[in-house]
Write a protein that binds this ligand. Structure first.
Ligand SMILES: O=C(O)c1ccc[n+]([C@@H]2O[C@H](COP(=O)([O-])O)[C@@H](O)[C@H]2O)c1
Ligand SMILES: Cc1cc2nc[nH]c2cc1C
Length: 342
């Protein structure tokens, strides 16, 4: 967004959600028109055709382009790690950020393979959010500032945004968000994350149940759920997804944790994720149910559960391919190919 958002009051996010721009139906019509002329049987590119329409709708452009895709990885630390909820120590968040910078992580290789930009945003890693079983993650100003930071990350003219994260302990935070918003039991939403053993899983379930019980009726207000049991990278991802809508940048969301950030927006306004695809179904078991509740059909289902935007970036390669096919193919007339029934 062009203006500085720092200092945006917490409640202003509610009004932003109430005035979301809609799709560009003219651009969608142009894509459909061109698609009918391309040298292929109608419908033969299956869901790829839908991805091109989706890109056009939210870029406001036909043909849509995927020339400058960006993977944004938001990193945060979580006080809940003190409860023994992860298979890895909290220090791994910072170490993995260094690995991203050095080019050694999975996401680096995906970005090199497909020529995607990569930006890593580390959010006060030295300052974990409080243990959410005991205290709120943020005060209102802190939550708003972190969402605004995420919004400001959507600058620089990307034409597709891939949202990913890194944060030891954050599958516990994500599970608490789903449990708060969607009910059920803690068991329904908790999985093994980076690979906790059975004792770790039991600690995780207890932590999620305690965090959600602590906030009581506040669970009915999605923005309060984010403030009270969220985390820095999750608030920043919610801000980035929201800003992308206003900046005409379609978004591809990664797995279990990135989807939890998106879910906050969806719970505030059901159309808030219309400019988003869910890149893949994570192997974290509750992700499938979370995605079902968003009414989304994920691009890929590869059994991945890494995070760092990796599944969504693989999906972005599919979407980039779809855009290239649509923009580059010859028409029947151009290629001198006979049309159906001619
Ligand atoms: O995105 C997913 O579906 C996903 C599933 C399991 C683990 N992760 C990643 O693993 C980290 C959190 O796992 P944990 O066990 O520490 O809560 C964090 O860095 C996530 O990116 C991510
Ligand atoms: C090594 C490692 C890499 C990761 N990338 C995203 N989350 C991660 C968690 C761990 C533990």
């Amino acid at each position: 967004m062009s203006t500085s958002l720092t200092g945006l009051p917490f409640d202003d996010f509610r009004s932003l959600l109430a005035r979301l721009p809609g799709p560009d139906e003219v651009a969608v019509g142009k894509v459909r028109h061109r698609d009918r002329q391309l040298t292929k049987p109608a419908g033969s590119l299956g869901e790829l055709e839908g991805y091109v329409e989706w890109l056009a709708a939210w870029q406001g452009k036909a043909p849509p382009r995927v020339d400058r895709p960006l993977v944004a990885v938001f990193a945060g630390n979580h006080g809940i790690t003190a409860k023994g909820v992860s298979a890895f120590p909290a220090s791994v968040t910072q170490q993995m950020v260094e690995n991203f910078t050095a080019g050694g992580a999975a996401i680096n290789q995906i970005c090199v393979a497909f020529d995607f930009g990569l930006k890593v945003f580390d959010l006060a890693l030295h300052l974990p959010t409080p243990d959410i079983t005991e205290a709120d993650a943020f005060d209102e100003a802190g939550c708003a500032a972190t969402m605004a930071f995420g919004m400001e990350a959507v600058a620089g003219g990307m034409d597709l945004l891939v949202i990913g994260e890194m944060g030891i302990g954050n599958t516990t935070v994500a599970a608490a968000i789903y449990h708060a918003l969607y009910g059920g039991t803690a068991e329904d939403w908790v999985g093994r994350g980076t690979g906790v053993d059975d004792e770790g899983l039991a600690r995780k379930r207890a932590a999620v149940a305690a965090a959600v019980a602590r906030i009581g009726d506040a669970r009915k207000d999605p923005l309060e759920v984010l403030r009270r049991i969220g985390g820095r990278e999750i608030a920043a991802m919610a801000g980035a997804i929201l800003a992308a809508r206003f900046e005409q940048v379609p978004v591809i969301i990664d797995g279990f944790v990135a989807t939890a950030a998106a879910t906050i927006l969806h719970a505030m306004a059901p159309g808030a994720l219309d400019h988003c695809l869910i890149g893949h179904i994570s192997a974290e078991h509750a992700h499938r149910e979370a995605v079902r509740r968003l009414g989304k059909r994920p691009v890929l289902d590869l059994g991945m559960r890494l995070g760092e935007g990796s599944g969504a970036a693989m999906a972005a390669a599919v979407v980039k391919g779809a855009a290239a096919i649509h923009a580059g193919m010859a028409t029947f007339t151009q290629a001198g190919v006979a049309e159906k029934g001619a």
